[in-house]
Design a protein around this ligand. Structure first.
Ligand SMILES: *Cc1c(COP(=O)(O)O)cnc(C)c1O
Length: 361
C-alpha cells in the first residue's frame, strides 16, 4: 500500500519520545517493588466475594454512578454531604481525568521532583506542560522555589503526594497550606499512602475550595481491583465527571470494593502490621554502615547505599525484587526503595542484604 502512514508520521513526537512504563517480570520473586499489601483477604471474605462474582449480572453494564459503592465509601470515611466523590479505575485514571479536563493550550501541571512519575507522564499524554520543582536535599518542600514557580507558571493543577512517593515523607503541613493559598488553580493532595500515614488533609477539605483530595485502595490491599477516588466540592467534581468514561468502574470492582469496605477493619489491621514491620525494617537499615535510611510514613522505605545499582542487581539475582531509583533523578543517586512485605519476606530481604554487604564490602 503506497500511501499509508508509518507510526512516526502520525503519532505525536512527545509520545514517540516516551518509553513505556516498565513493569519488571516478578514470577518466583519476593516482590517488594510496587507498594502492594502482601496479605490476602481472610478466607471467609474471599468466599463471600466468590458468591458475589458468581451472581453478578456481567451481561449488563455496571451502574455508571456506582451509587451503592459511593454510599459505603462515604460512610467508611465519614465524608460530609457537601463533599462530592469521583471514582476512577485506580487513581492513575483520576490523574488522567484531571489533566484532560485542564489541557488548554498553555496550561501547566506542576509537582515536585522527585514525585510519582505518572504526574509527568500523564501531563505528556494529554499535551500539557509539566513543571517539576526540585525538593530540597532532605526531600522537604523547597517552599521558596515552589512559590516562585507558582507565580511564574500560574499552574492549572499542582499535584502533591502526601506522603510523597518515592521519598516516603510527609511534607510540612504549613508549607502545603501556603502552596494551596498561592495556587491559582487546583491543588490535588494525593493520599495514596493514607493507610500508613497517620495524617490527612481530609478534615480541611471543605475549608479550601481549590483543594481536591485523592485516595486509592491499591496500597491498602486491593491493587488488583483498580479503585481510586477523588473528593472535593461539587463545583470541581461536576466538571471532572464530564470527562470520566461512563462505565470506568466495572461491576466486579463495584461489588468487591463494596464488600471489602464493609469489612474495612480487615484492611486497617493489615496496615497496622505493615506499620510495625516498617519500624523494624527502618531500624535494621539504620544499623548498616554506610546506609542512609529516610523516614517513612508510607508502606515503603527509601534508603541510600553505595553502589546501589549493583546491590539492586545482586538482590534481583537472589530473587528479591525492590525498586532501583539510582539515576532516575539527581536527588536519588544511589537510592533504592523497598516495599514493606510480610515479616518473612522482610527477614529474607534483610538477611540477603546483610550477606551481600559483608561478602562484598
Ligand atoms: C501508587 C500511586 C498512585 C496510583 O495508584 P492506583 O493504583 O492507580 O490507584 C497514585 N499516587 C501515588 C503517589 C502512588 O504512589
Amino acid at each position: 500500500m503506497p500511501n499509508t502512514y508509518q507510526p512516526d508520521q502520525i503519532i505525536r513526537p512527545e509520545i514517540l519520545a516516551l518509553s513505556a512504563y516498565h513493569v519488571p517480570p516478578a514470577a518466583g520473586m519476593i516482590k517488594l517493588d510496587a507498594m502492594e499489601n502482601p496479605y490476602p483477604l481472610p478466607l471467609a471474605l474471599r468466599e463471600d466475594i466468590a458468591c458475589l462474582a458468581a451472581q453478578a449480572p456481567i451481561n449488563r453494564y455496571p451502574d455508571a454512578s456506582a451509587t451503592s459503592l459511593k454510599a459505603i465509601l462515604r460512610q467508611t470515611l465519614a465524608i460530609s454531604d457537601d463533599t462530592d466523590i469521583l471514582l476512577g479505575n485506580g487513581s492513575d485514571e483520576i490523574i488522567q481525568i484531571i489533566a484532560m479536563a485542564v489541557a488548554k493550550p498553555g496550561a501547566v501541571v506542576m509537582s515536585v521532583e522527585p514525585a510519582f512519575v505518572m504526574f509527568r507522564m500523564i501531563a505528556t499524554f494529554v499535551n500539557v506542560q509539566y513543571v517539576g520543582v526540585p525538593l530540597k536535599q532532605d526531600f522537604s518542600l523547597n517552599i521558596a522555589a515552589m512559590l516562585a514557580a507558582i507565580e511564574q507558571h500560574r499552574p492549572a493543577v499542582v499535584f502533591l503526594a502526601y506522603p510523597n512517593n518515592p521519598t516516603g515523607n510527609l511534607f510540612d503541613e504549613a508549607a502545603v497550606l501556603r502552596i494551596i493559598q498561592a495556587t491559582p488553580g487546583i491543588v490535588v493532595i494525593d493520599e495514596a499512602y493514607n493507610a500508613f500515614a497517620e495524617a490527612s488533609f481530609l478534615d480541611r477539605l471543605s475549608r479550601y475550595s481549590n483543594v481536591l483530595l485523592m485516595r486509592t485502595l491499591s496500597k491498602s490491599g486491593l491493587a488488583g481491583l483498580r479503585l481510586g477516588f477523588l473528593l472535593g466540592s461539587s463545583a470541581w467534581i461536576t466538571q471532572l465527571e464530564k470527562v470520566r468514561l461512563p462505565y470506568n468502574i466495572g461491576i466486579m470492582t463495584q461489588l468487591i470494593a463494596e464488600k471489602v469496605l464493609h469489612h474495612a477493619d480487615v484492611l486497617s489491621q493489615q496496615a497496622e502490621t505493615i506499620k510495625s514491620e516498617r519500624t523494624k525494617l527502618i531500624s535494621f537499615l539504620a544499623t548498616i554502615e554506610n546506609v542512609e535510611v529516610y523516614p517513612s510514613k508510607a508502606n515503603f522505605i527509601l534508603f541510600r547505599i553505595p553502589a546501589a545499582s549493583q546491590i539492586f542487581q545482586m538482590l534481583k539475582q537472589r530473587k528479591i525484587l525492590i525498586k532501583n531509583l539510582d539515576g532516575t533523578h539527581p536527588l536519588l543517586t544511589n537510592c533504592l526503595r523497598v516495599t514493606v512485605g510480610t515479616p518473612d519476606e522482610n527477614a529474607q530481604f534483610c538477611a540477603t542484604l546483610h550477606a551481600l554487604l559483608t561478602e562484598t564490602v
